[in-house]
Design a protein around this ligand. Structure first.
Ligand code: PNS
Length: 160
């Protein structure tokens, strides 16, 4: 069985993330979305909230072979725990390449885990969690970039 991990901060999940997860679900038997418990990074949402939003989105998309879990520590250790041979990441633009390539090579060197890159669909190439939060904070409309339930939570959080 081919198992893959789609890792990230997902603060919050965007339509771009879901595009990559959906396509990974078509390529692998089982996909684990790994949500990083990044204590050091100031996130808008607690890890439990980020996992909940992802689970709701995955259920809505009826992705039966996708599960969501949080992880702490090294991504390659999480991959081993989950029995995953491959990490799947999206590439939005050339700007992503240097950073992603370096991480992929480190993960390969650490544990022999390969990374498969999926080019983000053009419709979502400019969408990033950071920008979604900034637009929401400044009163802009984020409905086109994240699932409706996520948009509502972001609006409520930035307003509070
Ligand atoms: O959504 P992001 O913030 O781009 O995701 C980055 C992530 C979670 C994939 C990366 O920070 C990560 O793998 N962190 C876990 C710690 C780790 O394994 N570090 C070494 C990576 S080479």
């Amino acid at each position: 069985m081919r198992r893959a991990v789609c890792p990230g901060s997902f603060d919050p999940v965007t339509n771009g993330h879901l595009d990559v997860v959906s396509r990974a679900a078509g390529l692998f038997d089982h996909v684990v979305v790994g949500v990083l418990v990044n204590e050091s990074k100031r996130s808008l949402f607690e890890v439990g909230e980020r996992v909940e939003m992802l689970r709701e989105a995955v259920a809505e998309l009826r992705l039966a072979n996708v599960v969501v879990a949080s992880f702490d520590g090294l991504l390659v250790d999480f991959c081993r725990e989950q029995g995953a041979q491959v990490i799947v990441k999206g590439l939005r633009s050339g700007g992503d390449v240097d950073y992603e390539l370096q991480m992929a090579q480190m993960n390969k060197a650490l544990a022999g885990v390969d990374t498969a890159f999926l080019p983000t669909s053009p419709a979502w190439a400019f969408v990033a969690s950071t920008l979604v939060k900034e637009v929401a904070r400044l009163g802009g409309d984020i409905d086109a970039f994240v699932p409706a339930a996520v948009a509502a939570r972001v609006r409520a959080r930035v307003a509070g």
